[in-house]
Design a protein around this ligand. Sequence first.
Ligand SMILES: [Zn+2]
Length: 248
Amino acid sequence: MAQIITVLGMVIASQPIGEYDRRIVILTREKGKVTAFAKGARRQNSSLLAATNSFAFGKFFLYEGRSSYTVHQAEIQNYFSEFRTNLKAVWYGMYFLEVADYFTKENNDEKEMLKLLYQTMRALLSPSVDNELIRYIFEFKSMVINGEYPNIFECSKCGEAVKSAFFEPEKFQVTCKNCTEDVKRNYELSQSAVYTLQYIAGTSVEKLYTFTVSPDVFLQIKKVIEICGKKVIDRKFKSEEFLQNNNF
Ligand SMILES: [Zn+2]
């Protein structure tokens, strides 16, 4: 008899297989990223029809086979169905799913990434935070969770805590004003921009989407996070191109 396991997670990818089935990827609290087969999930009367759509978040009961998982049942807590009526939010959401897929692995501890993804989707549906700001906060926090980001707390040369600073794209590091050698080739960051990056890196996921910034600070952090993204993520996502082409 195959064993049934229970996992809590979010469907981050869903693709049709054959006539009625689906293959889904779930980012789970217990087992990292898991790929599972959902038999008959595209039949109109299937209990798995909505549960195997991207964004569905809840408990999944899986048969653990020798080399793959099969979805037995699901208890969905949040379908994020509001996305269906909000085109802009859904494309941002798809982009976040692709980034999460990129960063996560099977049988790895992905609790923080799952938490981040869930809170990010909730923030996307809240009118109080700007979608573009959510995007850059999400990108930077993903890099922080995965340990691939520049130290933005201390100067890389003298070790002093930084207030305002310079970001050196080529060396992927931050220096204080006294230690910066090449002012022209580096990006100057105001004290507020440095503080914003430090806040994103240091705060808990639950408190991440609780602030807004001035347009000037936004441009500064956007620039740094874009440079970090290019260095850390060696892929261009389909959803990212769509966001770009539609000026979202
Ligand atoms: Zn220094």
